[in-house]
Ligand binder design. Structure first.
Ligand code: XIL
Length: 299
């Protein structure tokens, strides 16, 4: 095959990228994105601060720009993200307790209703666990609203759009031996046992020298899939873009039948939130990097 998306499709997977609305006027960017990828995640445009800048006043201008570009170019869309401690608008940052709980539910319902029936997977909750060895929840206004905030978010999401797969998404959860991974595993296991509506787990996979790729990632993906959820690599970038590591991640997903696909977090190195790591598959001039060929050959 000649593109990432077509090669992944032969394996029953998608190959996606994050798209930034501000770059859709860049012809080099859009031609690569249109050609290579079959799934799109809005890099920032469907986050809370973008979609509900004032409480109760939804704005889908930028989100729709990304969504419409994706659909016009034949891509499926991953929704990102509905409940998160970060990129909250000021009004939400100042809320707590039951007022925040109500605002969270209203936000989930408002955004999911706008995109009802149009989103393949939603990252309902993002990054709820803390880094390090405790396995604890991350402190945030959402966490302080009650430990049940995550399951409440998932139940609200299921009611708003029953067609979307509902995902929990996080980083530093790829290494099976890490406490954060085990804490997330315990939560998903508990949710499945108690009937909390969760369909998938997203592994962001931002690999760098502090949190490097480990070959036990495949065990992680297999272990979560065995709980009865789909898994996905949702924000892949690798510091230095080692072709071997990119191929390993690709092979790990292909080895797990419930791995739906891989999304890289940007198109060219110059588009990356970590541009200094040159972590992606295309150079700033749009040419393919060696890691591109490694992924294509692995697919
Ligand atoms: C990042 C975007 O890439 C940046 O443009 C933005 O300034 C901050 O957020 N985990 C996530 C993503 O779930 O939403 C983050 O995206 C990267 C880390």
């Amino acid at each position: 095959e000649t593109t990432l998306g077509a090669a992944a499709a032969q394996n029953g997977r998608y190959f996606g990228t994050a798209i930034a609305s501000g770059r859709l006027g860049d012809a080099t960017y859009t031609s690569i994105a249109a050609r290579e990828f079959t799934s799109v995640t809005a890099e920032n445009e469907m986050k809370i601060d973008a979609t509900e800048p004032q409480q109760g006043q939804f704005n889908f201008t930028s989100g729709d720009r990304v969504y419409n570009w994706a659909v016009q170019n034949g891509k499926q869309v991953r929704g990102h993200t509905l409940a998160w401690h970060s990129q909250q608008p000021g009004w939400m940052q100042s809320l707590s307790g039951s007022a925040l709980r109500q605002a969270m539910n209203n936000h989930i319902t408002g955004v999911m209703t706008h995109y009802k029936g149009k989103i393949a997977q939603w990252d309902v909750v993002n990054e709820a666990f803390v880094d390090g060895t405790s396995g604890a929840r991350r402190d945030s206004n959402l966490q302080r609203s009650g430990n049940d905030w995550i399951e409440v978010a998932f139940r609200t999401a299921r009611a708003a759009d029953p067609a979307a797969k509902l995902c929990y998404n996080d980083y530093n959860v790829e290494n099976w031996t890490w406490a954060k991974t085990q804490a997330m595993y315990a939560m998903v296991k508990d949710f499945k046992q108690r009937g909390v509506p969760i369909d998938c787990v997203g592994f962001q996979s931002h690999f760098n020298s502090d949190s490097p790729y480990n070959s036990n990632f495949r065990t992680t993906l297999q272990s979560f899939a065995a709980l009865g959820v789909d898994v996905a690599v949702t924000e892949l970038d690798i510091q230095g873009a080692s072709g071997t590591t990119y191929a390993n991640v690709t092979n790990d997903c292909l080895a797990v039948p419930r791995c739906l696909g891989i999304t890289v977090w940007g198109v060219r190195d110059t588009d990356s939130w970590r541009a200094e790591h040159t972590p992606l598959l295309f150079n700033g001039d749009g040419s393919k990097k060696p890691a591109y060929t490694s992924v294509l050959n692995a697919l």
